[in-house]
Design a protein around this ligand. Structure first.
Ligand SMILES: *[C@@H]1O[C@H](CO)[C@@H](O)[C@H](O)[C@H]1NC(C)=O
Ligand SMILES: *[C@@H]1O[C@H](CO)[C@@H](O)[C@H](O)[C@H]1NC(C)=O
Ligand SMILES: [Cu+2]
Length: 180
């Protein structure tokens, strides 16, 4: 096998690996699954929904609702707790909408229409800092979360590293290509 072929294979492998990690790093969660984003029958529906999940920066919350019937308002903790739309961080009025979790920490969402929030249409998620294995976001005392799926260390790469690795692949290709 000549250098050209070797470097081409290497480039393709690196690109594929990065793509795999990219897709791992950006998981999409349908909020409420089949229930969607609505005023739930059971007020604890969304608390139950988050209880067996862990979230990392880069994950996407997909809120499935019809425009005008509901909305999604990102709010501070106090507003979530009191079901107030005071100090909104961001409002999404058109559903379905994908909200990317871009920062670590607690994120709170409510529906500000009518009494929907007090009837249970609110969501609090705890987002871990990187694409670390989900176990990193679970407190030691918690036994409600099943063991996390195996996750390679490279899954900690954010989508931002993709251009870098594509560039690296091209670089390797050029260097080895010239030596061929
Ligand atoms: C949300 O993201 C998922 C997965 O990428 C995609 O299939 C879906 O169409 C997106 N929905 C919206 C409203 O952008
Ligand atoms: C969120 O997760 C972090 C990391 O596991 C934990 O230290 C923190 O207490 C959690 N915050 C809340 C409000 O549950
Ligand atoms: Cu609503």
């Amino acid at each position: 096998m000549n250098n050209m072929v070797t470097s081409l294979c290497l480039s393709v492998m690196v690109s594929i690996l990065m793509f795999v990690h990219y897709t791992e790093a950006q998981r999409v969660f349908i909020v409420g699954d089949g229930t969607g984003w609505t005023t739930p029958q059971d007020p604890s529906t969304y608390q139950t929904w988050v209880s067996d999940k862990t979230f990392a920066v880069g994950d996407i919350l997909s809120f499935d609702f019809q425009r005008a019937q509901h909305n999604v308002v990102a709010v501070p903790e106090e507003s979530y707790t009191s079901c107030s739309s005071a100090n909104p961080i961001r409002t999404y009025t058109t559903g379905p909408v994908n909200v990317t979790l871009t920062t670590a920490g607690q994120h709170y969402y409510i529906c500000s229409i009518g009494q929907h929030c007090t009837r249970g249409q609110r969501l609090a998620v705890n987002v871990s800092g990187s694409g670390l294995p989900p176990s990193a976001a679970v407190s030691p005392g918690s036994n409600t979360t099943p063991p996390p799926p195996p996750s390679s260390p490279a899954a900690t790469f954010s989508s931002a590293s993709i251009p870098f690795f594509l560039f690296l692949s091209a670089f390797i290709l050029v260097i080895f290509g010239h030596n061929a």
